[in-house]
Design a protein around this ligand. Sequence first.
Ligand code: NAD
Length: 499
Amino acid sequence: MSVYANPGTDGSVVSFKPRYEHWIGGEWTAPAKGQYFENVTPVTGQVFTEIARGTAEDIEAALDAAHAAAPAWTTTSPTERAIILNKIADRIEENLELLAVAETWDNGKAVRETLNADLPLAVDHFRYFAGAIRAQEGTLSQLDNDTTAYHFHEPLGVVGQIIPWNFPILMGVWKLAPALAAGNCVVLKPAEQTPASILVLIELIADLLPPGVVNIVNGFGVECGKPLASNPRIAKVAFTGETTTGRLIMQYASQNIIPVTLELGGKSPNIFFDDVMAHDDAYWDKAQEGFTLFALNQGEVCTCPSRALIQSSIYDRFLDTVAERTSRIVQGNPLDTETMMGAQASNDQLEKILSYIDIGTQEGAKIRIGGARAELGGELEGGFYVQPTIFEGDNSMRIFQEEIFGPVVAVTAFDDYDDAIAIANDTLYGLGAGVWTRNGNTVYRASRAIQAGRVWVNHFHNYPAHSAFGGYKSSGIGRENHLMMLDHYQQTKNVLVSY
Ligand code: NAD
């Protein structure tokens, strides 16, 4: 099948409920205030379901359920939890199409990415942390002849998690898998723009988890996210979203002296040194593809390579080629497996991207291709589509400094290595970066000199579960993925025993 049917229509693999309540204590629970909000699909711009609108009372109910579940769950063995996590991974793997279509309909992203990247990564994250928690060991040291020190890893208890709309299922899984592996109960708030697909997921895996271990409360930021993040009954808050919201989350958490993990925004440089065109065709092809990845997930990726830095000596030839390649990105119905770029996640996001295209033009940046809403017609008429857009300008411009979170790349030239590093680091952010060269010395120096938590060399957008991911500077605090993630969801108990 190359085009999946719209959810709810005959032949579709997923049918959404007309209305979703919160998921609390292992069952659907009506919102305390009885209010719901409309959920729109970016594919067509139409409302397809209603979602419970959470408030502080719903957060308290979810925390009651989580605290009731915690004594039993926090004392399960790593092996018991690993078995459950592996079963969750299997269940996702058995239902890839259902979840992919649900995610695409909710978020607008191309279904082939959800099928080939987001969901396999979600499966792998559950399996990785299932293995990691069984492999984790405490430490023991002999302090003197009479005294021994033991270090135990203990779960934090009940944690709060708040996620954004760009990878609704994957961002949820990045948070849930390590928290559950470490033995915590969770209250999670999805983004109000994309609440439905994670509810499809929780219903799918409901029988695998004891009631109350995972609770999902939907709603808006201040109304529902704040009562969670500022709640004295959580032992940690893990947040992914905008840097401005991250600052607020830190303020809330400081009132309760609890740890935060913040995965925030980015303005990632993708640096192409001049030898990139001098090697074999396969490498050159890979580098061109690496440039076009600014449009992956419609540019709605925190590590989007949204600034391309090209060495002056190859600038014109390089840009001609990659602009032509960008023009071949297939836009269309996100449910079509041939489609490479789908819809932006919301109308607000569409408007924001278009306003940045205006800002770039007013600042004097030159549009190389794109620069407008993509009019796809037919049933996609009301959907939220933008053309992949290449701007040329300089790094002081707002389109180079501010996160657009759309399929817009700002391109500039650099003279030499020092110039490239100076431009790359001239940003508030420090999340990701790309370096393209086969000069080993440049690889080493650049990857150490760039101020970012993740540097890809000769590729981009790879997110293995066993590689630490997180930001320098205003891109965040803490890391996700990797074994070190377990430390973020545990505390260390030190016991000194004297004989
Ligand atoms: P956002 O900050 O607007 O919202 C994120 C979440 O926070 C949503 O669930 C929202 O309801 C909630 N929220 C908003 N205000 C709140 C408040 N006052 N208190 C508590 N919760 C509140 O971000 P967004 O627009 O949904 O997501 C896009 C951003 O996420 C981009 O900046 C992107 O770079 C970032 N992001 C970062 C990573 C990463 O790993 N670093 C990954 C994905 C997205």
